[in-house]
Design a binder for this molecule. Structure first.
Ligand SMILES: *[C@@H]1O[C@H](CO)[C@@H](O)[C@H](O)[C@H]1NC(C)=O
Ligand SMILES: *[C@@H]1O[C@H](CO)[C@@H](O)[C@H](O)[C@H]1NC(C)=O
Length: 188
């Protein structure tokens, strides 16, 4: 009973923050990047657009991935808050099944289950399209998506192509929010 209550409190807070990310039915299973090479994916990525996520509320949002000795990946997320402070969080990403290297799991807190991090498409050098979806009680799912880039902006036509990919995955692209990536000089 306790577990269920915790789950509902979590869900209520999520729903209250972003009702549009909750959908009936199970997660879609979009195709992911073929022959994904996690080594080539290392380094810094800047958030261009996202489906609202409650743990990211600043601007200049960026993620830096670096290889760890045990084969997992160090995740360092940073953003600039409106008060001028830099907010950061560290986590670990891992490929959970070597036969599906583009499907990673990311964990920011010890003891908390991984969140999915699926690379739907990337060329490693300019863009990446990331999708994350979790099923709850086999009744509904909550999803997140990110368009990431190696630079703080991406050409319109590329963004529009990634929108098409997301739409094909069943994501309502009208829910995407542009991340402010100007005035980010204080970020490293
Ligand atoms: C992944 O990329 C790295 C760096 O470019 C390369 O050395 C390695 O051979 C690649 N791995 C595979 C399986 O292609
Ligand atoms: C983005 O941030 C810059 C610098 O802080 C600010 O001047 C601009 O108004 C912001 N843009 C949007 C769309 O909020």
């Amino acid at each position: 009973m306790k577990k269920i209550q915790v789950l509902f409190v979590f869900l209520l807070s999520t729903v209250a923050t972003d009702a549009q990310s909750l959908h009936l039915g199970n997660c879609p299973q979009p195709p992911v990047q073929e022959d994904f090479n996690v080594t080539e994916y290392m380094g810094t990525w800047y958030e261009i657009e996202k489906l609202p996520a409650l743990f990211e509320r600043g601007k200049c949002v960026q993620a830096t991935y670096s290889p760890l000795a045990d084969g997992t990946v160090r995740v360092y997320n940073a953003e600039l808050l409106s008060n001028g402070k830099i907010n950061s969080i560290e986590g670990v990403a891992r490929v959970k099944d070597p036969s599906q290297p583009a499907k990673l799991g990311v964990s920011f807190f010890k003891g908390v289950p991984d969140g999915p991090y699926w690379v739907l498409a990337t060329d490693y050098q300019s863009y990446s399209l990331v999708y994350s979806c979790s099923d709850y009680l086999r009744l509904f799912h909550i999803d997140f998506a990110w368009i990431l880039a190696r630079t703080r902006d991406l050409p319109e036509d590329l963004v529009s192509r990634l929108h098409d990919d997301l739409a094909a995955a069943g994501v309502n692209v009208n829910r995407l929010k542009v991340t402010n990536q100007t005035g980010c000089d204080v970020m490293i």
